[in-house]
Design a protein around this ligand. Sequence first.
Ligand code: PGA
Length: 255
Amino acid sequence: MRKDLRQAVIAGNWKMNKTRPEAKALIEELKPIAKDKTCGVVICVPFTNLETALSLTEGTNIKVGAENCHFEKSGAYTGEISADMLAEMGVEYVILGHSERRQYFAETDETVNKRTKAALAAGLKPIVCVGELLWERECNITEEVIARQIKLDFYDISTDDLKKCIIAYEPVWAIGTGKTATAEQAQEVCKFIRDTLAKLYDKATADAVTIQYGGSMNEKNCAELLSKEDVDGGLIGGASLVAEKFGVLLEEASK
Ligand code: PGA
């Protein structure tokens, strides 16, 4: 990757895992492993673990993120959490538009766009996920799907705000399945995302955006994926739940 232009960021996505004592144990293990790594280190944890994560990582290089936020500032939205609530706690990042949210919770590009704007307005750094379904890849429309998501998810978002975002390319067929995209496939789509941003914004802006790969990325396949020019780190599910494995990813992204 172009380390002169952008920082590699490894972000863990814990999903619906870890009670508070389990979270505490994992973070304590991670702290010495993450220390001195030059890549960005983020852990996105369930809402119930945010307070624990924030207090345990204070003064360390581990940044804390949430896994979603609502687009309204407040109001009658039972069960939801606003971007302002997260920002007030000291949360820095938030994952938005993850395929599991799109698939199981009726998330659409329109709501991803609204959530991204709300997160940015609150001062959070969104990690916006895009990716094609297996069926879409087989029908040879990956680029159409990704271009559509990028155009809609970032609709009416300024150049300055785009620079605060991370984009995670996560082919849906590779998430939690053990099927990783090849490094070439990951590079091809990450580059396509950058080219799309260059058309929508400008080349310098596109070159400055961190574009991660996600989908069964682990301690074994990360070296090859991270060696690609347009793959600036990863959004890591399963392998982020084991300190040793996450450590290998941090090591590799710091090279
Ligand atoms: P995985 O998840 O690494 O377990 O495939 C990645 C993600 O969903 O962000």
